[in-house]
Ligand binder design. Structure first.
Ligand SMILES: Cc1ncc(COP(=O)(O)O)c(C=O)c1O
Length: 404
């Protein structure tokens, strides 16, 4: 007799939901300041540009615009995306690109097509939680590679690759979520060498690379690999969520042909193709030539917010240590040893008590165990709310230290 189980597969029945999503449910409360979400600033989302493109698309709609489309994506959007990747230094052709439903879908599909249940996926100590979730649902064994202020610690990687033999390695080299770290070029080159040597497929996730403050990040792993004659297998993905709008749910994947073929098959099974109206709208937005000017406006706006939060944290949060953000949306702050190590729920309670939401490091760790880190996002709140949030956080942390 087989043991009784509920309707869900154990993998799903036992999974916990994202603590960040749970916090977001509290973010809308009256008077709350949320440093928790990684969502763009609504004031910086291009509603006018999108509206104009949407009207243009609506004006040209015909029956055939409403037909099923190619799984790989709308030709015009693949062309525009290839041009964008070329501007980033990548040799990309429209035919080699796949349009996905957000980069989240690319992460999910890659895990499904590359990893057998029980095979290893190497990840940093702290990661974007929905990527970890996708790897877990694919049945992967998560293999931790230590991370520091410069991203994945590649000096420790070789021994891990030898011992664990992971099938793929997931990395966010630019302004990582949650650490904000940028991997220096020397580490990128070493990572590529090791990936080629040990036959590990690299999954390079780059949603934040365009949101730099003073200087663009180094060349992508995919670009460095191409320049070296492509000795490693690198699947590069990026997203329109942070540079245009998350509502469109559109991302781009550039992967070696063999891998792309598997992802196309998996996407046929998942959703056939990404929404055509969103793809048409984004293609029209990109064809208008306004993305460059939009990015030129986004960068200083996010830089000002990142600096405003950093300055306010320095003024009010002596119990935190952090590096000045260089881009992206996050400050990764280390908690002083004068503070207790608290589980995630305690930080939710802290948020309710002090009217400031922060995400504890545990939410990004593989084990989910308490960590002496907080992720603070400066992207969403208005500048005044950022200052108020830092003040409340400082007060709350001091009261925790006193009670400790
Ligand atoms: C590192 C990272 N990858 C991927 C995503 C998913 O983005 P989307 O599916 O909106 O493209 C996010 C979203 O926050 C992220 O932080």
């Amino acid at each position: 007799m087989t043991a009784a189980r509920g309707p869900l597969r154990p993998l799903y029945a036992q999974a916990s939901g994202s603590p960040i999503r749970a916090m977001l449910a509290l973010a809308g409360r009256e008077g709350m300041v949320s440093l928790a979400g990684g969502h763009p600033d609504p004031a910086l989302l291009p509603a006018d540009w999108l509206r104009e493109s949407l009207l243009e698309v609506a004006g040209q709609l015909q029956g055939r615009s409403l037909q099923y489309g190619a799984t790989e994506g709308l030709a015009a959007l693949r062309e525009a995306s290839a041009a964008l990747l070329q501007q980033r230094g990548l040799a990309a052709q429209a035919e080699g690109l796949l349009i996905t439903t957000g980069s989240q879908q690319a992460i999910d599909l890659l895990a499904r097509v590359l990893v057998e249940p029980g095979e290893g996926v190497a990840v940093e100590s702290f990661n974007y939680p929905a990527a970890l979730q996708a790897f877990r649902f694919a049945g992967a064994r998560l293999v931790e590679v230590p991370t520091d202020a410069q991203g994945m610690d590649v000096d420790r990687l070789e021994a891990i690759l030898q011992a664990e033999r992971p099938r793929m390695l997931y990395v966010v080299p630019n302004f990582a979520n949650p650490t904000g770290a940028v991997m220096p070029v020397g580490r990128r080159l070493r990572l590529l060498d090791l990936a080629a040597q040990y036959g590990v497929t690299l999954i390079e996730d780059d949603p934040y690379g365009e949101l730099w403050f003073d200087a663009a990040p180094p060349p992508s792993l995919a670009q460095l690999n191409q320049q070296a004659g492509s000795p490693a297998q690198v699947a590069y993905m990026t997203s329109y969520s942070k540079v245009v709008a998350p509502a469109l749910r559109l991302g781009v994947l550039l992967a070696p042909a063999g891998i792309a073929r598997g992802v196309v098959l998996a996407k046929q099974a998942a959703d056939v193709h990404s929404g055509s109206l969103e793809q048409l709208t984004l293609a029209a937005m990109l064809a208008s030539g306004r993305l460059g000017a939009h990015l030129d406006a986004l960068r200083p706006a996010y830089a000002a917010k990142g600096r405003a939060l950093a300055e306010a944290l320095r003024a009010h949060c002596g119990l935190l240590e952090f590096d000045e953000p260089q881009g992206g949306m996050f400050i990764w702050a280390k908690l002083s040893s004068a503070l207790p190590l608290l589980p995630t729920q305690a930080w939710v309670d802290f948020g309710l008590q002090h009217q400031v939401l922060v995400v504890p490091g545990a939410a990004f760790s593989i084990s989910g165990a308490a960590q002496p880190w907080l992720r603070l996002s400066f992207a969403n709140p208005a500048p005044e709310a950022l200052r108020q949030g830092a003040e409340r956080l400082g007060r709350g942390l001091r009261s925790l230290a006193t009670a400790h």
